[in-house]
Ligand binder design. Structure first.
Ligand SMILES: [Zn+2]
Length: 202
């Protein structure tokens, strides 16, 4: 098979590194962009640059926020209940829970889960700042909303162990979320039920 010209192969490789995109889809996207008007690639290229330059992590909860903002909108909102802290894996989980419109507390985003197989421990996640936050005193209940996967459960158990001795209530989202499924893909009703039926881990 003849080799692709380098600029083409470069983009195929870049796409293929993304989650959920195999070599076939990577080629299809690349050849689509080759054919499409320059506008399409220009818009994509600009959006990619702005994505990194225009965003940062909230200093409090580590949710995604605009680059010039110290805190995300949720942390900066004085009406949000700071005694209720919901711990999630990814910023997309915050979005999913916010869509339910029923949660009035605040969040802590871990940016992943503990996974001994992949060598990911507590220090590779935003766990230390979370524990500091709980220790600082204003939190009354921590809701562990990591995904119902093996890693998500293990991370929740680890956090429970760390937080219970601080005298803070620890709860876990109710079952009913598909096992191994992602919070971000759960529908609003399922999430609302999981939230209201959360179980005490104490
Ligand atoms: Zn925040």
């Amino acid at each position: 098979m003849a080799e692709l010209p380098e600029p083409v192969q470069n983009l195929v490789n870049a796409f293929a590194r993304l989650p959920g995109i195999g070599p076939k889809t990577a080629s299809r996207l690349t050849f689509y962009l080759l054919r499409a008007s320059e506008d399409v690639s220009r818009q994509l290229a600009d959006a990619l640059v702005i994505l990194k330059n225009g965003t940062s992590l909230c200093k409090v909860c580590f949710n995604i926020t605009l680059a010039n903002q110290e805190q995300c909108e949720i942390c900066a909102n004085p009406r949000r209940d700071e005694s209720l802290l919901c711990v999630v894996e990814e910023p997309l989980d915050v979005l999913a829970l916010e869509r339910t419109g029923v949660f009035e507390g605040r969040y802590a985003v871990l940016h992943g889960v503990m996974s001994p197989i992949e060598g990911i421990g507590p220090d590779d996640l935003k766990i230390r700042p979370l524990l500091e936050r709980v220790r600082s005193g204003s939190v009354r209940e921590v809701i562990l909303a990591t995904n119902p996967s093996m890693e998500g459960d293990a991370t929740a158990l680890y956090l429970r162990q760390q937080i219970l001795p601080m005298g803070v209530k620890v709860t876990r989202l109710a079952r009913g979320l598909p096992v191994g499924g992602d919070l971000e893909y759960a529908d609003q009703n399922t999430l609302m039920r999981a939230l209201s039926g959360r179980q005490d881990m104490g």
